[in-house]
Design a protein around this ligand. Structure first.
Ligand SMILES: [Zn+2]
Ligand SMILES: [Zn+2]
Length: 323
């Protein structure tokens, strides 16, 4: 089958003869239809977060159809349309036992520490290949995983209708936070250095933050040191900063200022299994939030290299259609 292999930093190579996945009793084989590209894929592709070895397969935000079902899997069928939850918790560590699978110490993160999905077919544990509700369009389905990340952060924040928040960064993750916060009736301001991304956030209904305005709640989605420091500076005394973006360098944080202003800083990583995907699929089935509207024109698998090299500056979300 065809697969896009990462053979070195920033170097994807399409091969035609990658081995087919092996079907285990508890798995299904998924034939990919779409795959979203996100910041963590870019971090692996660019060498900021290098894989253990080359060649490596990146990609984790995938949709597809089941083409084979393992012997021990019940109630699933060939042809079923699915979206993949690409984080497999161990189920036995203390985090998992408390239901906090997002902080599982043994978590397999697809495309990061277990091979990814930028290939025609892959084996997926059946419970992580979610049946796609018919009400969710193919484009919205491609966005389920990053929307689950945003949804979990918004829920952690306690934001409610009429609330006021700032979103730092209008990459895809920032835009999804904007969509969810606006969808629940909150007032959303945004800061973003890149004009095209800022314009897209404004199209969704967010406003440009006034210089030096302060907010009771700030979502940091950029993972850049400038973004993190802005988030910590623009939060009101007693307010909360939710950190979603993952920096790849150490950032010197003004602790004394945070102490004096009694700022709450909360990290938010992915979502818990199975509640994260469950809630997100319910939310998108209602069709009030349409994350697929920020997708760009799709790239083919053969143009994956081009998709990756342009994604870092693209306004909206880049994705691959396996067509
Ligand atoms: Zn992602
Ligand atoms: Zn665990």
């Amino acid at each position: 089958m065809r697969a896009a292999l990462l053979v070195g930093p920033k170097e994807l190579k399409l091969v035609e003869d990658w081995p087919e996945p092996e079907l285990s009793p508890e798995s299904v084989i998924v034939e990919m239809t779409g795959l979203g590209i996100c910041g963590s894929d870019l971090a692996v592709w660019s060498g900021q977060r290098p894989p253990d070895s080359f060649p490596w397969i990146i990609g984790h935000e995938a949709t597809g159809r089941i083409v084979a079902v393992g012997d021990a899997v019940q109630g699933r069928a060939v042809g079923e349309r699915v979206v993949i939850e690409p984080n497999y918790p161990c189920g036995v560590c203390s985090s998992c036992r408390r239901g906090r699978t997002s902080t599982c110490v043994n978590r397999l993160a697809v495309g990061i520490n277990t091979p990814g999905l930028l290939r025609e077919r892959a084996a997926v544990p059946a419970g992580f290949a979610w049946p796609a509700p018919a009400a969710i369009s193919d484009e919205d389905l491609v966005c389920v995983e990053p929307v689950a990340v945003a949804h979990s952060a918004v829920q952690t924040s306690g934001l409610a209708a009429g609330g006021d928040c700032l979103v730092v960064g209008a990459g895809a993750q920032g835009l999804f936070v904007c969509q969810l916060a606006l969808g629940m009736g909150a007032d959303v301001s945004v800061i973003e250095p890149q004009p095209a991304r800022l314009a897209l956030a404004q199209e969704l209904g967010a406003r440009t933050a006034l210089p030096d305005a302060e907010f009771p709640l700030v979502f940091e989605t950029s993972g850049s040191s400038g973004g993190v420091l802005s988030a910590l500076r623009l939060v009101e005394p007693g307010g909360t900063v939710i950190l979603i973006g993952i920096p790849h360098t150490e950032i010197p944080v003004p602790i004394a200022s945070l102490v004096r202003r009694q700022v709450h800083v909360i990290g938010s990583i992915i979502y818990d299994h199975p509640s994260g995907f469950e809630r997100t699929l319910d939310l998108l089935s209602a069709r009030e939030t349409r994350p697929g509207t920020i997708l760009g024109e799709p790239f083919g698998l053969g143009s994956a290299q081009e998709a990756m090299s342009s994604a870092g500056s693209f306004a909206g979300k880049s994705w691959i259609s396996f067509g």
